[in-house]
Design a protein around this ligand. Structure first.
Ligand SMILES: *[C@@H]1O[C@H](CO)[C@@H](O)[C@H](O)[C@H]1NC(C)=O
Ligand SMILES: *[C@@H]1O[C@H](CO)[C@@H](O)[C@H](O)[C@H]1NC(C)=O
Ligand SMILES: *[C@@H]1O[C@H](CO)[C@@H](O)[C@H](O)[C@H]1NC(C)=O
Ligand SMILES: *[C@@H]1O[C@H](CO)[C@@H](O)[C@H](O)[C@H]1NC(C)=O
Length: 536
């Protein structure tokens, strides 16, 4: 798309900040000077011509030629949501409607070039063009997913003038994401997260244009996923019988995400991180030995038994139908070899296979078998980087998630040189906390800054902010995630050159207040306050 002729918002904002009347700022009146667009769109042109909006005289509608129309539930629901975000909050201060010469914006017409889609995918086109002028604004997009992104931006353009009147300046916006995979990892294995908490996370994700919920659903500590085929897994492996995700809960999460253009990628991490599986599935885990005797403890999944693969193939068959997304995360991280090394059956098997006491080869043998299994189900595997590092045979098209923070750029180079697509998470482990504004470090990351050719850099599909759950449950998940993850959101959506930290701070402060107003308990970036119409 043509970028010449478009003004960059940061330049504009810097200029306006210089011109801003300090008294207005001191009174905390929100002005159009600083809309806090987040993530910053590709090209933004905002004119000084304001339009007024009145809650009783504003509609979302469809252009006559739009392929998706009023039968499209995704858009109908989005219209309801965004009407609420724009007008519907009691803590907005409703000023008198100004009956001056200002034009009223009465409608936002949505034009979608393709029919109402069912599920978003990695190749969904999320671009949109927003043309705000009176009395009708136009939002055009290739798909409903792009229209959703455009609605979010439209809602961010609206502010209240000094009389409290809802106002939007005439403007033109061209926007599309830099990367197609923009994810948040949540971990419901270490602490159960209620469906309500997951919904909140999905809301906030949509406000930040994230499009993948990486659901690390089970781990060593608990197995809350209720399997239809193997109900004993959660009967025995969950923290409590009430702390489970029933098939209906899972459906609701997928549907809630779909309505917001968010894909749900489930992770069932094996062969390590799988202690909780062993409670409800006999003989799945490797029995460990101590001095040639069974010790009574268990290690990773037992990779040498046919029963293991029979079980996993039925289990993943279910997963592949329950979760509609093309991808399933297979885990493959932090496998501990001690137990395997203690077990004489494992050692015999390895000898027969010629693995030469190389446990990495055994792990790779296992990962390849289960990757094959899910490929046969028409799904694509994602794995943590160790599965790539120790690969013997590796399924083509497997996505590698780079997570180890030391030398992550070198790892990116290796993955790219081998021709595999990747997702970056190493610099974005949000469960690590420290004093101060660590969002700035997340913001500074450049996902394609590793030694490699342009072709190799294109293998970066995007990234994920990970919020592991050892120290996180519903009480602190939201403020720990937001607005810190917003920094990652802008890095993955906005143009590479959008890196000015002062401008980001200014916009993110406003965006954070907007999230708070919309019911997201996002923590503050630093000292200050949300202005009066944003009062908590
Ligand atoms: C919007 O219009 C108002 C009124 O002319 C102007 O003061 C403000 O600077 C404009 N906002 C932006 C972001 O250009
Ligand atoms: C997305 O759709 C827009 C509008 O139809 C089009 O211009 C653009 O090339 C598409 N982008 C991709 C990556 O296909
Ligand atoms: C496991 O399956 C393989 C391949 O199908 C077969 O050769 C082998 O005999 C089976 N092992 C057992 C113990 O059933
Ligand atoms: C073990 O096997 C892996 C995978 O084939 C290989 O990369 C590694 O070099 C081997 N390790 C040793 C010590 O031979």
């Amino acid at each position: 798309m043509e970028r010449r002729g478009w003004r960059w918002l940061p330049v504009l904002l810097a200029l306006l900040a210089a011109l801003a009347v300090p008294k207005v700022w001191a009174r905390g009146i929100s002005g159009a000077e600083n809309l806090g667009l987040w993530p910053l769109p590709f090209a933004v042109k905002i004119s000084p011509r304001p339009l007024h909006l009145s809650p009783n005289n504003f509609l979302f509608g469809y252009s006559p030629t739009s392929k998706a129309g009023s039968s499209c539930e995704i858009l109908q629901e989005a219209f309801r949501r965004y009407y609420g975000y724009i007008f519907g909050f009691h803590n907005w201060h409703h000023g008198p409607h100004q009956l001056c010469s200002v034009t009223e914006l009465q409608q936002l017409q949505v034009h979608v070039e393709s029919e109402c889609d069912t599920f978003p995918s990695i190749s969904s086109n999320e671009s949109y063009i927003l043309h705000v002028k009176g009395p009708e604004a136009l939002l055009s997009a290739n798909t409903v997913w792009g229209a959703l992104r455009g609605l979010e931006t439209f809602s961010q353009l609206i502010y209240q003038d000094s009389y409290g009147t809802f106002t939007v300046n005439e403007s033109e916006i061209i926007d599309f994401p830099r990367f197609p995979h923009r994810g948040i990892l949540i971990d419901s294995g270490r602490h159960f997260l209620s469906v309500k908490t997951i919904f909140k996370t999905l809301d906030a994700m949509a406000f930040n244009k994230f499009n993948v919920l990486h659901w690390h659903i089970v781990d060593d500590q608990s197995f809350p996923y209720q399997s239809i085929t193997f109900p004993e897994l959660s009967n025995k492996g969950s923290y409590s019988l009430s702390l489970i995700y029933t098939p209906n809960d899972v459906r609701m999460v997928i549907e809630y995400a779909r309505m917001r253009g968010i894909r749900v990628v489930p992770e069932f991490d094996t062969p390590g991180h799988s202690q909780s599986w062993g409670k409800g599935q006999k003989d799945l885990l490797t029995p460990c030995y101590k001095k040639q005797l069974l010790s009574g403890t268990f290690g990773p999944i037992n990779p040498i038994l046919n029963t293991t693969y029979n079980f996993l193939s039925k289990f993943f068959k279910e997963i592949s139908t329950v979760f509609p997304d093309e991808f399933i995360h297979m885990g493959g991280d932090e496998v501990e070899y001690d137990c395997w090394a203690s077990n004489p059956d494992i050692l015999n098997f390895m000898q027969a296979k010629g693995f030469n006491r190389n446990f990495t080869k055994l792990e790779s043998f296992y990962m390849f078998k289960i990757s094959n299994m899910i490929s046969a189900m028409k799904k694509r595997p994602i794995v943590w980087q160790e599965a790539f590092d120790g690969r013997d045979k590796f399924m083509p098209g497997t996505v590698v998630q780079v997570w180890k923070v030391e030398d992550y750029k070198a790892e990116q180079s290796l993955v790219a040189k081998a021709g595999f697509p990747m997702i970056l998470s190493a610099p974005w482990y949000l469960d690590w906390i420290s004093y101060g504004q660590d969002w700035k470090h997340y913001y500074d990351v450049e996902p394609q800054d590793f030694p490699g050719s342009d072709e190799e850099k294109k293998l970066v599909l995007g990234g994920e902010a990970c919020l592991w759950g050892e120290y996180v449950d519903a009480t602190n998940l939201t403020p720990r995630l937001w607005p810190r993850a917003s920094a990652v959101g802008e890095r993955l959506w906005s143009h590479k050159e959008v890196r000015n930290i002062e401008d980001a701070y200014r916009r993110l402060t406003i965006h954070r207040c907007r999230m708070v107003r919309r019911g997201i308990a996002a923590e503050p970036l630093f000292t200050g306050y949300c202005n009066y119409e944003n009062r908590m």
